[in-house]
Structure formats: C-alpha cells, structure tokens
Ligand binder design. Structure first.
Ligand code: MN
Ligand code: MN
Length: 466
C-alpha cells in the first residue's frame, strides 16, 4: 500500500459492504438468522400475532408475567402485555433501577387495510368488505394482490373469536380488483395518488346468492350464513371487531444469492424480531434491560397501546415498586439516567430511485445497521436529535464489538422525512438514537431487507443491553 493509500485508510470514513469481509462462519450465522426471521414474518402478520408469538417464546425462555411477581430480584426475567397489542419486557440488572435502564424499542404494527365498522355490502351480484387503510400506503399497491384476513371479533358475551383466513394452502384468499387497461384511459391520466381512491379499496369476498325470488341481498345473506355457521356471528358482531387485511403471500429469501428477505410487515417487525432475539440472550445484566414492542406507531403512537400512552411509565413504576426502590418523582430520574436504541427501519438507497437520496448520507443494504442521528422532515422539523456525546458512546460500543454500522439521513433535505417513537422517550429525558435495518419498498405489501443488516441489528441490540 502506498503512503497516500495508507493515509487515506487511516483518515477516511470508508463505508464497506458487510458481505465482502464476512467469514464463511459468519455468513452461515447470518443466513440461519435470516431464515428464522422469515419463519417469524410468516407467523406474525399483525401486532396481536406478534404478541402471541412473543409471549410463547418468552415463556419458553424463563420470562414470567410481571403480574405474577410480588418482588423482583436481579436476574429476574419478566414481561407485561398491554391489551394483547403491545409488550414490555425486562431483565432486572444488579444495579439500582434509578441508575438508568438500557431500552430497545421497536413497533409491531404495520401499514395495512382495516375493515370499517359496517364493512359488509352487496353490489350487482358481488359481496364486498369496505376498508379504511391504516398508515401511510400507496393505495394502488394494494389492488390485485392476494389478501388474507386476520384479527378478532368480540361478542357481547366477551367471547373472542380469532380470525386468520388466507394463509393456509387450503384457505381461500381475497382481493381488491382494479380496472382493465383497455378501459382505464381516465384513470391513467390521474395523479398516481388519486388513481385508486380510499373508498374504492373494497375487498371482494363472494358471489353465490342464497334465497328465493323475494329475497334481496342474496349474496350478502349467503356470506353471513357462512360466517354464522363457521364462527357463530351475525353482522352486528362485526361492530366489535378488529379485522386487518394483509398480503397473503409468503415472505421468502430474495435473489439468486439469497442475500435478502422479501416480505410484508418488515417495518418494523424486522427490528422487533432482532430485538426479541437479542433479549433472549440477556442474563444478569448490570443495568436493567428493557424491550418495547409498541403498537400504533404507523398512525402516530396515540391511544392506550401506543407509545404516547402512560402505560409504559406505569410498567417502569411497577418495576420500581417491586424492587422496593420507589419514592416520589423517582420515575423521572430513572428516565433521565436511561439510554435507548429506537429500533425502527431506515430507508435503504434504491438505485432505481437514487434521486431522492443523498448518497453520502444514505443507508445502503448490506452495509450494516443504519443509524439516524435525527429524523424529522424539511429543516429537521419534529426531529428527535441524538446528542453527539451519546452518538460517541454508541459508536464506541459498536466499534469495540466489531459491528458494521452506517449513520445517515432519511432522504434528501427537501424531499421528505419521517418519524419514529424516539421523540416520545427523548421527551421523558432518555438519551435516544434511531437505528434499524435499511428497507427497500418501505410500507409496500412486499418490503426488501438484507440478511446482513438484520444480523447486524440483532448484534447491536444484544451488545447494547449486555
Ligand atoms: Mn417504522
Ligand atoms: Mn413505518
């Protein structure tokens, strides 16, 4: 190496593709982890399904419901499930809680189509379900793909019926139709965002009539007859349901080299999965390790299962109570002494749409976990901006553990931006930085990530909590 080359090596922040330096052994671990993640993605297509899966995994690994514990000791592994839709997990450290927590927080809701409260109707011989989309979607992407129905219907008796249709090979699927190009002249002249309207996202669910000449809405009647026979419900029971339409196709390895994962809901279940797996490895930490799997991030984190709610504060206060540490105003102090990785996905640079990214500050697939020092949009508006001191601390951790990482921004300055749950914890006094797996086609029915980055995120969350 020439004198100049070695000086460059020393002084430049050389970004590297992780695959180039990964050993065969590492590649095997990365691929195995990627395959396990694909299994998880196919099992968990809604927040409720992630919660059920997580509960099972936690119980198998010695975690117990916080409500069953009167006293907590260092090394105890506990979890708290909030209304079946979000989870907080902790492994109690040997240090006092008031010295601060190491928190990793992801969200487990994803963009999708929800059913309206009165969804069922019949029109010209077809039965449909009306939807209201959840989160930021490009509506045209949700037509002409196989969709499955997941969720719950709760009867006035309190009986809860779990629904999951369209995943099993023997199940039917559902779809939203679109206009044939031959007759789409007007539609094709519209702006992309107006091509499909929210009120046209109606799910096709049946076409066989039931009844005699005098019966009206025969197709709707037949559908309700089927639902009544299968689930014992009437149309009115749909009023107290939460039914979500998600892509019915399976997550898979992507590419001849199988280096990537294609699948629905990777924002943010990819970080959630890496976080859960990391948490299972935490035993007897010095500082208490806490994991958050939150709901409602995609629509602003509001409500009692979203991160803006006080349920998380109550959870930490319960830890203080059960460690016999609590005293007035201690919770605020705990937060001020805590640090957090906000585990949410990053926009990966897509060469086809490179013009929206600024390449010096974009995250590349395969280059390791992507950090965003700040989020926000246009002039950092609404940003949660990590302090330089904290960024240095995290850099040290990653470099000492040999974890490849990249720090960038979500898109060009004036193009757009985004947010995560980071600001909510930062507002409580926690040191927070966003970091997660770079994604292509984010918020689409089929998102793309690199197995290298998924593994890098897992190693990061593990090192942080250890
Ligand atoms: Mn997200
Ligand atoms: Mn999102």
């Amino acid at each position: 190496m020439s004198e100049y080359e070695s000086l460059k090596e020393k002084l430049f922040n050389q970004k590297k593709c992780g695959w180039e330096s990964a050993s065969e052994e590492e590649k095997n671990k990365i691929n195995t982890f990627g395959d396990e993640f694909i299994y998880f993605l196919n099992k968990c297509k809604t927040e409720r399904e992630v919660v059920d899966f997580t509960k099972e995994v936690l119980q198998k690994n010695g975690f117990v419901d916080l409500r069953e514990k009167l006293v907590l000791e260092p090394g105890d592994r506990i979890y708290y499930i909030n209304r079946g839709k979000s989870v907080y997990i902790a492994v109690i450290g040997t240090d006092m809680l008031e010295t601060g927590l190491n928190i990793v927080g992801a969200h487990i809701d994803s963009p999708r189509l929800d059913l309206k409260p009165n969804p069922l109707y019949e029109d010209l011989g077809f039965a449909y379900l009306k939807t209201h989309y959840y989160g930021g979607i490009k509506k045209y992407q949700w037509t002409t793909i196989p969709l499955s129905i997941h969720g719950v219907i709760v009867k006035t008796t309190g009986e809860k019926i779990k629904i999951n249709i369209g995943e099993d090979d023997s199940d039917p699927i559902f779809t939203i139709t679109d206009l044939l190009p031959h007759l789409a002249q007007d539609q094709m002249e519209k702006k992309l965002k107006e091509g499909i309207s929210g009120e046209d996202l109606n799910l096709l669910i049946g076409s066989i009539p039931y009844g005699d000449e005098k019966t009206t809405e025969k197709v709707k009647l037949n559908i309700l007859k089927i639902l009544n026979e299968k689930y014992g419900i009437t149309e009115k029971d749909l009023l107290s349901s939460e039914l979500e339409l998600v892509p019915a196709f399976k997550a898979k390895s992507l590419g001849f080299d199988k280096s990537m994962v294609a699948g629905y809901g990777q924002d943010d279940r990819v970080c959630a999965y890496a976080e859960i797996r990391a948490m299972l490895n935490i035993t007897n930490p010095k500082k208490t390790a806490v994991c958050i799997l939150s709901d409602k991030e995609e629509i602003g984190s509001m409500g009692n299962t979203g991160m803006e709610s006080h349920v998380f504060d109550t959870f930490i206060a319960e830890l203080l109570n059960k460690r016999s540490e609590n005293r007035p105003n201690l919770l605020d102090k705990v937060f001020c002494n805590s640090r957090m990785l906000s585990a949410d996905v990053d926009a990966g640079l897509d060469p086809i749409y490179a013009s929206v990214s600024e390449k010096n500050n974009a995250s590349f697939l395969g280059y390791g976990i992507g950090f965003n020092k700040y989020t926000g949009a246009r002039g950092k508006s609404g940003a949660s901006d990590a302090n330089a001191e904290y960024v240095a601390e995290i850099r040290k951790l990653l470099e000492e553990n040999g974890i490849l990482y990249q720090i960038g921004e979500l898109g060009k300055v004036d193009v757009g931006g985004g947010g995560t749950i980071a600001y909510i914890l930062a507002n409580k006094g926690v040191d927070v930085i966003d970091c997660g797996v770079p994604v292509l086609s984010m918020h689409s029915p089929y998102e793309v990530t690199s197995k290298y980055d998924i593994y890098s995120a897992y190693k990061t969350y593990e090192a942080f909590m250890k």
